[in-house]
Design a protein around this ligand. Sequence first.
Ligand code: GLN
Length: 313
Amino acid sequence: LTEQEKRRAREQLEQLLERQARLGHSDVVTYYPPEAIAQRDLFALAGTHVDGTQWAVGDCDHRFPLQSISKVFTYALALEDNGREATLTRVGVEPSGDPFNALEFDETNRRPHNPMVNAGALVAADILGGADVDEKVARLLERMRIYAGNPELEVDQELLDAMLADADRNLGISYYMRSLGMLVGEVEDILRVYLSACSVHVTAAELSEMGATLANGGENPRTGERAMARTYVRDVIGVMFTCGMYDAAGQWANDVGIPAKSGVSGGIMAAIPNQVGLSVFSPGLDQHGNSVRGINVFRELSDRFGLHIFADP
Ligand code: GLN
């Protein structure tokens, strides 16, 4: 990118954020956790180009948990640890059309529908390489630090404890899956790995860099470090495109047309292969658990920059 292109992009992102910030919170139906309503006005937008250029506008220093966005990285490492074929026998790649925490499975193949919903992410956590919980979490965290270009990324212990203490739904899903042989390890261990990944705190700027690492074939474009094997990047970005936005994935693919993953903390991370990683953070959620402003920003970004992968060039 030329200096002029970089500057121009920055101006456009600033204007876009400002305009969207004025639209208020009228479509928001919930916050997770409910106390996050106190942070409702936080709003950040960031992009990292595959040439390493980074734009960060709004509240890009604020840290928030990855929540479901972590599923992308857990799946990526599970693929690397187990290979494509073995991974696919344990977790499918079909959009479920169900909410992220649904007790629904691919009954025919005896596996969760996909790794972007809780059931599938729990399986990914189960098959992750590592002798015990600590090793699995440490391996995953090490990779996340490379994606984000920040060796200091950490699990938020307080959040992890709170989620562990309020995990009936995920425990229910896990015990049910284990009764059907879809999970092999100890349920408490699997849950701890999964929720630790959910509790990793990032800034919007880091999140865009994580997306850029995926867009850049698995190598962080700022640091040059490799976060994942290039072979599996297509699997990960593919499943983000078809399943990344929970039961609104089809709508998103149609309207926005960018591979992305959302989390209930209000973050959305997108990866456009060979171009850019993008992120938005705004805590107000719609009925699917996707950030309301995040979706609006991405709609506008997609339109204005012609980012829809099937857009008329
Ligand atoms: N920790 C949350 C859960 O498992 C994450 C889900 C999400 O971001 N949708 O319920």
